[in-house]
Design a protein around this ligand. Structure first.
Ligand code: SAH
Length: 222
């Protein structure tokens, strides 16, 4: 592998990344597997070069098409919540965006199915997965509010754009014991929710913390 690309230099160096991990721990991230994967995943390759010196700041950054790469804290937090009740095999991600969260998931679960409504973002994310040699990711260009019914049920679903209400289709595509991590709300306010499918009919819902995501939008952009 290309050392400069993967290890980074200057503002993308190991020391800069270690500082980010220390900060995530201070903010309450506890899962060591998650922290290690965040430390070892080069976030700077998911961001335009002009902004890559800010890749290891704990902040969301623009990725074009009016979208943002999620803040490292929220990526770590959502991943930790998804894995809280045990390892996951088949995970659906709605909102591929830059592919950063996808790459984190791909190193922690067996298979990732990721959907994105903006073609241009999806194509870039696909290339980054190849660069990182992550081969357990399947991409689909679609409106992910509907999930990916052909590939379900999933034992984990992570949504990285906020709907006003939890889409029923996503609840239907959870396996028994499966976990959905999703921001819910509108421009006025959103909360992060964790929903666990207990059996055919019952879901356990936890409201965790206020968050700010771009909205989950309907339809696709070619
Ligand atoms: N996890 C991504 C977050 C990107 S922002 C990252 O860290 O880079 C959220 C993404 O969700 C955007 O790329 C947006 O285009 C996408 N999105 C919004 N609504 C969607 C929908 N209905 N189906 C699929 N993707 C959607």
């Amino acid at each position: 592998m290309n050392d400069v690309l993967f290890q980074g230099i200057g503002m993308t160096s190991k020391r800069t990344r270690d500082r980010l991990i220390a900060r995530l721990k201070e903010q309450g991230i506890e899962n060591d597997k998650v922290l290690n994967v965040v430390r070892d995943t080069p976030r700077h390759i998911f961001i335009d070069e002009a902004l890559s010196h800010r890749a290891y700041e704990d902040t969301a950054l623009p990725i074009g098409f009016n979208q943002t790469i999620s803040q490292p804290y929220i990526v770590a937090r959502m991943t930790e919540l998804l894995l809280e009740d045990g390892p996951k095999e088949k995970v659906l991600e709605v909102g591929t965006g830059s592919g950063y969260q996808t790459a984190i998931l791909a190193q922690l679960v067996d298979q990732v199915f990721t959907v994105e409504r903006i073609r241009g973002l999806q194509e870039k994310a696909r290339k980054r997965m190849q660069q990182l040699r992550l081969r357990n990711v399947m991409f689909r260009h679609t409106d992910g509010g509907m999930g990916w019914p052909d590939k379900g049920p999933f034992d984990g679903i992570m949504v990285t754009a906020a709907p006003e209400q939890v889409p029923q289709e996503l609840l239907d595509q959870l396996s028994i014991g499966g976990v959905l991590v999703i921001p819910v709300g509108d421009g006025q306010g959103q909360v992060l929710m964790k929903i666990r499918r207990v059996d055919e009919e019952q879901y356990e819902r936890e409201v965790l913390e206020p968050v700010r995501f771009v909205p989950l939008l309907a339809g696709v952009v070619r």
